[in-house]
Design a binder for this molecule. Structure first.
Ligand code: PLP
Length: 381
């Protein structure tokens, strides 16, 4: 199998597993305990906090560990609710389901949600002030999109949001480890991260917060994470996140250059098949290409690629067995015929030129054979 779905999740780096193992075996202390076992776990968390902070140029005390990107997004949005008076929230039209889900729960509590449109390249409109009102508490715009890979100009957006007096959150789950993410200079008040997108373990993430006093806890009780996220810490997971962040920071430029070269090769292979990537003129993550294959005359392209040994996804949400058109592509105004047979290739550790060549060859073959089935069917009719 050739794995081309690294934006969905990544394999655990063997070095990260090694760093985690002691905390799954002998070092089982509760970091809140004051005895030696507890203190060892606390030290491990403290050093992971430094490693995660260093990846995004934040201060360690700004890192709040969570159970992943989804929870960090909920903490950012629901944590902005300081009282029961409903206010407003603004989100870009291309946010991940976890941001949209948190916004929907605020809507059920009487909040108004304004949607910030994107252009045909998936970039957030520069005149963001139009969606930011006097009672807008928080604006959320993702750093990089999980489907198209489009990277937003977060500094410019944050500057405009700050001028309007609202809090600014950015979901950097897909950006961290793929492009430089600098929390301090970005101007964001809070930033979401998830370990499993950068060869760390699943079930652990963080919200980086300018000042913890900006938010209210969503999970309260135990006082952990400076009172912002109660619950005994996932020590092994946090240690793994720290190690993964450290390797991602050190190896970022090498990894990105390697992915970019593979992506360019893939895109030139696709162009020879008459396929153009979505958002080709926007700045994109170096590992991501999303495109549609209208040349394939059927609806089972992803299944056929899976049978041929390629693991990838469409980027479309699948609900009740039906493939719904992607909200991201719809927001970009992509034409109807390009909303079917959508594929997203997301490259990562272990992918090679041979993988890209094999993918292009198999895709060309599938397009060719779908046309001959179609011709045979037409003759039979
Ligand atoms: N935000 C983005 C942009 C994502 O791509 C994902 C994962 O797919 C998440 C949030 C959710 O992260 P997690 O799986 O850690 O909850």
């Amino acid at each position: 199998m050739i794995y081309l779905d690294h934006n969905a999740t990544t394999p655990l780096d063997a070095r990260v597993l090694e760093a985690m193992l002691p905390y799954l075996t002998q070092q089982y202390g509760n970091p809140s305990s004051t005895h030696q076992h507890g203190r060892a776990a606390r030290r491990a968390i403290d050093s992971a906090r430094e490693q995660v902070a260093a990846l995004v140029n934040a201060r360690p005390e700004q890192v709040v560990f969570t159970s992943g990107g989804t929870e960090a997004n909920h903490l950012a949005l629901l944590g902005a609710v300081h009282d029961e008076t409903p206010a407003r929230l603004a989100l870009s039209a291309i946010e991940h389901a976890s941001v949209r889900g948190a916004a929907q729960s605020l809507e059920r509590r009487g909040w108004r949600v304004d949607v910030i449109p994107v252009d045909e390249q998936g970039r957030v409109a520069p005149d963001i002030e139009r969606q930011v009102h006097a009672d807008t508490r928080l604006v959320s715009v993702m750093w990089a999109n999980n489907e198209t890979g489009v990277v937003q100009d977060i500094r410019a957006i944050a500057k405009r949001v700050r001028k309007c007096g609202a809090l600014f959150h950015s979901d950097a789950t897909q950006a961290a480890g793929k492009v430089p993410v600098d929390f301090t200079t970005s101007g964001a008040h809070c930033l979401t991260l998830a370990a499993h997108k950068l060869n760390g373990p699943k079930g652990v993430g963080a919200l980086v917060v300018e000042r913890t006093s900006l938010l209210k806890p969503w999970l309260a009780g135990g006082g952990q994470e400076k009172g912002l996220r109660a619950g005994t810490e996932n020590v092994a997971g946090i240690v793994g996140f720290g190690a993964a962040a450290e390797y991602a920071r050190r190896e970022l430029s090498g990894r990105a250059a390697q992915w970019r070269a593979l992506r360019d090769k893939l895109e030139s292979g696709l162009r020879t098949l008459g396929i153009t990537p979505f958002a080709e003129h926007a700045e994109r993550l170096p590992n991501t290409v999303q495109f549609s294959v209208p040349q394939f005359e059927g609806e089972t392209l992803l299944e056929k690629l899976d049978q041929a040994g390629f693991t990838l996804s469409s980027g479309s949400a699948c609900s009740s067995g039906e493939i719904a058109p992607s909200h991201v592509l719809t927001a970009m105004g992509v034409a109807r015929e390009h909303l079917r047979n959508v594929l997203r290739v997301s490259l990562g550790a272990g992918n090679t030129e041979a993988d890209v060549d094999a993918f292009c060859t198999v895709l060309a073959g599938l397009i060719q054979s779908s046309r001959s089935w179609r011709r045979r069917d037409a003759i039979a009719v």
